[in-house]
Design a binder for this molecule. Structure first.
Ligand code: SF4
Length: 68
């Protein structure tokens, strides 16, 4: 079976926070990349349902006020 990354991998706001060293790469590893866990990501679910979610909402749904 082909493992696919999240279709929003490259444009997700979390990439910016990773580049800035503000969040660990674990989120990407555990949700966004190749393990197909992106469908459990709250950001993914909200986006798919057209629901508002701030850039600083993490894949587990937690909002990190320090991220901006
Ligand atoms: S945080 Fe969620 S929506 Fe963003 S790339 Fe990762 S899995 Fe996709």
């Amino acid at each position: 079976m082909i493992k696919m990354a999240c279709k929003w991998l490259d444009i997700c706001p979390l990439r910016k926070f990773e580049e800035q060293g503000k969040i660990s790469e674990e989120w990407k590893k555990n949700y966004c990349s190749t393990n197909e866990n992106w469908n459990n990501c709250k950001r993914y679910q909200f986006e798919a349902e057209g629901k508002y979610h701030p850039d600083n909402m993490l894949p587990n749904g937690e909002i990190d006020e320090k991220l901006r």
